[in-house]
Write a protein that binds this ligand. Structure first.
Ligand SMILES: Nc1ncnc2c1ncn2[C@@H]1O[C@H](COP(=O)(O)OP(=O)(O)O)[C@@H](O)[C@H]1O
Ligand SMILES: Nc1ccn([C@H]2C[C@H](O)[C@@H](COP(=O)(O)OP(=O)(O)O)O2)c(=O)n1
Ligand SMILES: [Mg+2]
Length: 272
C-alpha cells in the first residue's frame, strides 16, 4: 500500500505543477509546486493510513485479550473524532444494598440527565420470563438471595450497552461482587467512568423492601436477610475498590426521595 502511495505522488505533483509552473517566486522556489507535492501527498497518506486502520479494526472482531484492549483504544480515539466508529459510552455503576433506592434515583437521573437505565435485576428477571436456558437457574438464585454467575450477567449487560443508541448509561445493581467486577473488565475491556453508592441503614432498607409491593419473589424477610449478608460480604469490597480508585460518589440514602436526589444532582451537574 505504501508503495502505491509513493507511486501516486509524482502523478499528483506533475499534473498540477505543469499548469501552475508560471507562479515562480525568488530563489527558484515554486510555492504552488511545493504545496501540491508536500501538503497534498501528506493528506493522501494520512487518509489512506486511517482507512487502513479502520479496515484492520473491523476485520479483527474484538472479543478478548490484546485485540479487545487495542480495539478499546481505537474506540476511545474514535471519540475524538478520528473516525466514524461508535463513541465509547459513559458508564455509571449504581450500587447500594437491597432497598437503598438505586432504581428510584436512577429514574430521576434518566429524567434529568438523559441517561439510559439498565437495571441488571430487570435484565435477569426478563431472562426468567422469556424462558431462556438460564431462566430456572436465575430464578433459584434470586429466590435464595444469592448472586447469578458473572458469565450470564456480563453478557446481558454487554448486549444491552451495545444495543443502546444512548452513550450515557446507568448500570444499576452491578457489580455485586469482585467476581462481577473482574468479569466485566475482562469482557468489556474498560472500567466505569463513575460509581454511585447509596448508603442506607439496614433497618431502613428492610422496611423499604418489605413495602415495595412489586410482587417480587425476593421481597420477603428471609431473602432480604440473606441479601444483606451477601451485600456485606461481597459488595462492600467492590465499593472499597472504587473508593480507592477515586471513582466512588457515596450518597447518603436516607431521607425523602427529593432529599436524596438533591445529593445526586451535583455529581452529574459537574460532568456537564
Ligand atoms: N427515600 C425513600 N424513602 C422511602 N421509600 C423509598 C425511598 N426511595 C425509594 N423508596 C421505596 O423503597 C423501595 C425500594 O426502592 P428501590 O428504588 O426499588 O431500591 P433498590 O433498587 O435499591 O432496591 C421502593 O418501593 C421505593 O418506592
Ligand atoms: N449483578 C447482579 C444483579 C442482580 N442479581 C440478582 C440477585 C439480586 O438479588 C436480584 C435482584 O436485583 P435488583 O438489582 O433488581 O435488586 P434491588 O433493586 O437491589 O432490590 O438479581 C445478580 O445476581 N447479580
Ligand atoms: Mg432496584
Amino acid at each position: 500500500m505504501w508503495r502505491r502511495v509513493v507511486s501516486l505522488s509524482p502523478l499528483l505533483s506533475s499534473s498540477k505543477s505543469r499548469s501552475l509552473n508560471q507562479v515562480q517566486v525568488p530563489y527558484g522556489f515554486n510555492a504552488c509546486q511545493f504545496f501540491y507535492t508536500q501538503v497534498l501527498n501528506s493528506a493522501l497518506i494520512c487518509f489512506i493510513f486511517f482507512r487502513f486502520i479502520k479496515l484492520i479494526s473491523s476485520y479483527f472482531a474484538p472479543s478478548s485479550g490484546y485485540m479487545a484492549i487495542s480495539f478499546k483504544f481505537w474506540e476511545i480515539r474514535a471519540e475524538d473524532g478520528v473516525s466514524g466508529a461508535r463513541r465509547k459510552p459513559f458508564v455509571t455503576f449504581v450500587l447500594g444494598g437491597p432497598g437503598s433506592g438505586k432504581g428510584t434515583q436512577c429514574t430521576r437521573i434518566v429524567n434529568t440527565f438523559g441517561f439510559t437505565h439498565l437495571s441488571v435485576g430487570d435484565l435477569l428477571r426478563k431472562e426468567i420470563y422469556s424462558d431462556s436456558e438460564n431462566g430456572s437457574m436465575i430464578l433459584d438464585t434470586i429466590k435464595e438471595g444469592k448472586i447469578v454467575s458473572s458469565e450470564v450477567t456480563v453478557k446481558l449487560i454487554k448486549n444491552a450497552i451495545e444495543a443502546s443508541e444512548n452513550r450515557r448509561i446507568l448500570v444499576d445493581g452491578f457489580p455485586r461482587s469482585e467476581e462481577n467486577r473482574i468479569a466485566y473488565e475482562r469482557v468489556v475491556g474498560v472500567e466505569p467512568d463513575i460509581v454511585l453508592f447509596f448508603d442506607c441503614p439496614k433497618e431502613e432498607m428492610v422496611k423499604r423492601v418489605l413495602n415495595r409491593n412489586e410482587g417480587r419473589i425476593d421481597d420477603n424477610i428471609d431473602t432480604v436477610k440473606e441479601r444483606l449478608t451477601v451485600f456485606s460480604e461481597l459488595n462492600l469490597p467492590v465499593i472499597k475498590y472504587y473508593s480507592e480508585k477515586g471513582k466512588l460518589h457515596k450518597i447518603d440514602g436516607t431521607g425523602t426521595e427529593d432529599e436524596i436526589f438533591e445529593r445526586v444532582l451535583p455529581v452529574f451537574a459537574a460532568l456537564r
